[in-house]
Design a protein around this ligand. Structure first.
Ligand code: 7PM
Length: 266
């Protein structure tokens, strides 16, 4: 899953897709095109910055950042487009324009989101987040982070099934960095097999995240090697979808893991 950040402050690529005050559509589309060429099966586009401390933006601004790009990608590229949003209105609009996956960092927790997502018929990624982006990194604490994330995801799956979702429409994500310390992130990475035990595909987002800075002091521009290591570690522990800013490099790293996994199967 390739990440196309359409937020001006997107930390991982420094808002490079914003040239004028508005998102440069052509630039974003060429980035989408190259990610598909590099092997991305899914492109994730999101308009809301979920940077710790980020101020929430209005729904109109979020729609404005996402929908024009979604339309262009659907029209011009052969790829599943995931829309990273918690907003029911945007979920409905995105599905109508050809989105193939809804990616909600709030696991359909917003008012109306469960019903709106169910009505789209689309698959949904349910991610765990503790609190809200503007405060989630202020001393998050858990008795047992893996158990608590598992329980949260189990509850969200049950809520989705009660709203009419079939299980095969659901993906789970522990939400690395969303209300977690470095230790929590490492415990969750080590505990992925337990989350895989829920029997649903796991999506993980570790690419260029701040745990790399906290563990080995790398600035954003120098986090690719560690991100590749984390991608392979996650694959080894059961991740089915790797969310990354660096598609070609990640595809190659995971291809080596896959080759080893399938050794002797020829
Ligand atoms: C600031 C902080 C900017 C964090 C961007 C981010 C995930 C996601 C994001 C994830 C799923 C980033 C994140 N992370 N969706 N959206 N899982 N499902 O690193 O880990 O892009 S935004």
């Amino acid at each position: 899953m390739g990440v196309i950040n359409t937020t001006p402050d997107s930390f991982a690529d420094g808002g490079t897709l914003y040239r004028s005050a508005r998102l440069d559509l052509d630039l974003a589309l060429s980035r989408a095109r190259s990610m598909v060429a590099e092997g991305a099966a899914i492109l994730d586009i999101g308009g809301e910055s979920t940077r710790p401390g980020a101020a929430a933006i209005g729904i109109d601004e979020e729609m404005d950042r996402v929908l024009p790009l979604l339309e262009r990608i659907v029209a011009e590229l052969d790829v599943v487009v995931s829309v990273d949003t918690s907003s029911p209105r945007l979920m409905t609009a995105a599905a109508a324009l050809g989105a193939g996956l809804l990616n909600d960092v709030r696991a359909l927790g917003r008012e109306g989101a469960l019903e709106a997502a169910a009505a789209t018929g689309l698959p949904v990624c349910l991610m765990h987040m503790r609190g809200e982006p503007d405060t989630m990194q202020r001393g998050p604490s858990y008795a047992d982070v893996v158990a608590e994330v598992e329980a949260f995801l189990r509850e969200r799956v049950a809520a989705c099934e009660a709203a009419g979702f079939t299980r095969q429409r659901l993906l789970l994500d522990p939400g690395f960095g969303f209300g977690k310390t470095v230790q929590h992130n490492l415990q969750l990475l080590d505990g992925l097999p337990r989350l895989a035990g829920l029997g649903l595909p796991l999506l993980v987002g570790l690419s260029r995240k701040s745990m790399i800075q906290q563990l080995i002091g790398r600035p954003v521009a120098e986090r690719l090697p560690a991100s590749l290591g984390l991608a392979v570690l996650a694959a080894e522990r059961g991740a089915a979808i790797i969310r990354t800013h660096d598609v070609a490099a990640t595809a190659d790293a995971v291809a080596m893991w896959t080759a080893l996994k399938t050794v002797g199967e020829k």
